[in-house]
Design a protein around this ligand. Structure first.
Ligand code: ADP
Length: 502
């Protein structure tokens, strides 16, 4: 048996390839950022070819750098930014337009219409989701309605819809497979999570032709092989999961009540809920964790759209820092945020608010406000948003969260981790290998090819660093009250200014 599993982790800002050995250690990593396109305020796009090329570059580099060959790889696991929507020509493999990224708000008006027409309850019970521009369904609709000639080609069966996993598998197999897994399917707004199939009533309501939809295959198990031309030999593709579900798997959250929070571009807190979806009364999503051997497990999710992306914004749009990591020292250079708050509602607010019209704000500015205060407020906003979700989740499940397992690129920030523990008043546990997402994909693929025999056999336990809360309760409450007030003031902004303009 070959000695490695290759995980392809196609994120929102970069594509990574990581080689894992049998002990679960990442033995080599390659990563390439790719361009983000913002054609209009609130719009976000990626070029599908840039996604593919950056992913392939990372995969080839990791193989080359580690001195192995493709023969040493037992299987490939894919994990990906979810909901991001692609449409391509089945024959040529050419995308018909840029990918519409999960953060993109261009379909807010379509969502308003669906809600006004009374579809909210039907969508929630069948898909576990709320009607929001975040999910793929309305993005597909937008493409079909706005790109000339597309609808006819879609109806004839000439086009394929896919989330990023589908796109990568399609390209990896030389165009032979058009598939997705249940965890990704459950983010499209088109998938019935209790009946485990595309929901005809929904895709017909959305006027989305069935011919566009991929086949749904298990999250773990061999589904195909890579085209020989790519790596010199074919490699089994044996695992697929959306990034957040993969992280849940990678953190070993296999039992009901187990929770993880991933701090990447956004922040995603997921709790495993067992064999049944748990309905939320407070703005969380019921979602498929993974589907293996015809058996589906579920999770409850709080999705925060902007976390690490706020740090990127400080770097790229404001030029306040040179690198994301600089934010830590700057935040620690001041005692507090000087009474200011930053609500990074750049693309509206996700859980638990679901306000597509909220926009970012900074409030509490004085003549004394410095760049360090702004940077600190941006990091603090990530912890406050997480508390918003934790409070909702505790209410919905009645399961107290006694500690929080964390991972993701932004979790590298020590200041943030300590502040998170303080604001939640629960310990925060960060594993030494923060690559839970890629690890989860590797685990799914490894189980799929028999590299590991069972979940008990998976090397999930590892070094954990614990951040223990020590902030005084009065301080914590005062800070959080201020945050809630700042959020209140950011709500509905886009709608309000449009009223004024009209
Ligand atoms: P994704 O998979 O969503 O692309 P990653 O898990 O790779 O995200 O994390 C990337 C994010 O982490 C970026 O938004 C970046 O701004 C942020 N980031 C990376 N290092 C730090 C750090 N030391 N402090 C704060 N943010 C960081």
């Amino acid at each position: 048996m070959p000695s490695y599993i290759l995980a392809l982790d196609q994120g929102t800002t970069s594509s990574r390839a990581i080689l894992f050995d049998r002990s679960g250690a990442p033995v080599a990593v390659a990563q390439y950022e790719f361009p983000q396109y913002f054609p209009q305020p609130g719009w976000v796009e990626h070029d599908p070819d840039e996604i593919w090329e950056s992913q392939m570059k990372a995969a080839r580099e990791v193989i080359r750098e580690s001195g192995i060959t493709a023969h040493d790889i037992a299987g490939i696991g894919i994990t990906n930014q979810r909901e991001t929507t692609l449409l391509w020509d089945r024959k040529t493999g050419r995308p018909v337009c840029n990918a519409i990224v999960w953060q993109c708000r261009r379909t807010a008006a379509i969502c308003d219409r669906l809600r006004a027409e009374g579809y909210e309850e039907m969508i929630r019970t069948r898909t576990g989701l709320v009607i929001d521009a975040y999910f793929s369904g309305t993005k597909i609709q937008w493409m079909l309605d706005n790109i000339p000639g597309i609808r006819t080609r879609a109806e004839k069966g000439d086009l394929a819809f896919g989330t990023v996993d589908s796109w990568l598998v399609y390209r990896l197999t030389g165009g032979r497979l058009h598939v997705t897994d249940p965890s990704n399917a459950s983010r499209t707004l088109l998938y019935n999570i209790t009946e485990h199939r595309w929901d005809r009533q929904i895709f017909e309501t959305f006027h989305i032709p069935e011919a566009l939809l991929p086949d749904v295959v298990p999250s773990s198990g061999v589904i195909g092989e890579t085209d020989v031309s790519l790596f010199g030999t074919s490699i089994p593709i044996a695992g697929i999961a959306g990034d957040q579900q993969a992280a849940l798997f990678g953190q070993g959250c296999f039992a009901p009540g187990e929770v993880k929070n991933t701090y990447g571009t956004g922040c995603f807190l997921l709790m495993h809920t067992g064999d049944r979806p748990v309905a939320s009364s407070g703005g969380l999503l019921s979602t498929v964790a993974w589907g293996i051997n015809g058996h589906i497990e579920y999770a409850l999710e709080g999705s925060i759209f902007v976390a690490g992306a706020a740090i990127q914004w400080l770097r790229d749009q404001l030029g306040l820092i040179e690198q994301a990591a600089d934010s830590e020292a700057l935040a620690l250079s001041v005692e507090d945020s000087g009474g200011m708050y930053l609500v990074p509602a750049f693309v509206g607010l996700g859980a638990p608010y679901w306000d597509m019209y909220a926009r970012g704000l900074m409030i509490g500015l004085t003549r004394g406000t410095t760049r360090a205060h702004i940077v600190r407020a941006a990091l603090e906003s990530i912890a406050y948003q997480t508390r918003d979700v934790v409070e909702t989740m505790t209410k919905d499940t009645q399961i107290p969260i006694n500690s929080l397992r964390v991972d993701g690129g932004t979790a590298a920030n020590e200041f943030l981790m300590q502040f998170q523990a303080d604001i939640l008043q629960v310990p925060v546990d960060r594993p030494a290998v923060a690559e839970s997402t890629a690890r989860g994909a590797a685990f799914l693929a490894g189980l799929g090819v028999g590299f590991w025999q069972s979940r008990d056999d998976l090397p999930v336990n590892q070094d954990i660093h614990r951040y223990t809360p020590h902030m005084a309760e009065s301080m914590r409450d005062q800070l959080y009250d201020g945050w809630q007030e700042a959020v209140r003031r950011s709500r509905g902004w886009e709608r309000e200014v449009n009223k004024v303009k009209n």
